[in-house]
Design a protein around this ligand. Structure first.
Ligand SMILES: CC(C)(COP(=O)(O)OP(=O)(O)OC[C@H]1O[C@@H](n2cnc3c(N)ncnc32)[C@H](O)[C@@H]1OP(=O)(O)O)[C@@H](O)C(=O)NCCC(=O)NCCS
Length: 158
């Protein structure tokens, strides 16, 4: 798999992949799916591409777009992992791990010292994947985003 920073010509394919993965997530509600997909509108992505504090990565196998992740600066040397997703037919092959390691390499070059994220407490795939990649679970966040319960995670960038 090749992992690249998102380019303008790939926005259409990136959005398609994001939409399929979010719409098929068993953990999101209809309301949260719509809210999340809106974060990947064409205008929003175009704006993000011009923002040095934003990273959109895309994983490609041959020409097929198979994985995405998005992250943004939180200031103070911190970054926030917003979303990561892998094509349903290609899961459990270490692709998400590769995406995260590529993201971390890029963050290290930007002198970022820590990355944070949240997962829904029921998202067992995501939880296992983060644990496997060395992320630490730091807090339980009840009644959080859209009133659901989440875990807060962080990882030192070394
Ligand atoms: C979470 C997600 C990104 C993981 O992607 P992936 O490429 O399958 O993950 P990896 O292959 O790198 O998995 C690494 C480890 O995580 C764990 N894991 C991942 N999926 C798992 C599952 N379904 N059941 C149990 N453990 C799982 C395993 O320990 C796995 O290592 P192993 O296969 O050697 O046992 C993927 O399931 C996905 O796209 N989910 C939908 C979107 C989502 O919920 N994103 C997270 C919210 S932001």
């Amino acid at each position: 798999m090749r992992i690249e920073k998102l380019k303008e010509e790939d926005i259409g394919g990136y959005r398609k992949l994001v939409k399929i993965i979010i719409q098929n997530s068993p953990y999101e509600t209809d309301r949260s799916k719509n809210e999340e997909v809106r974060k990947f509108s064409k205008d929003y992505l175009l704006m993000g591409l011009r923002d040095k504090g934003r990273i959109y990565l895309i994983g490609k196998m041959k020409k097929k777009k198979v994985a995405f992740c998005s992250a943004f600066s939180y200031g103070g040397g911190l970054f926030w992992l917003e979303w990561i997703g892998v094509n349903k037919d290609l899961r459990r092959r270490g692709i998400a791990g590769q995406m995260l390691r590529s993201l971390e390499k890029r963050l290290k070059r930007k002198r970022i010292h820590k990355i944070l994220t949240i997962t829904r407490v029921k998202n067992k795939e995501s939880i296992k994947m983060l644990q496997g990649e060395g992320w630490k679970r730091r807090a339980l966040l009840p009644h959080y985003w859209n009133k659901a319960t989440f875990f807060l995670w962080e990882k030192e960038i070394e």
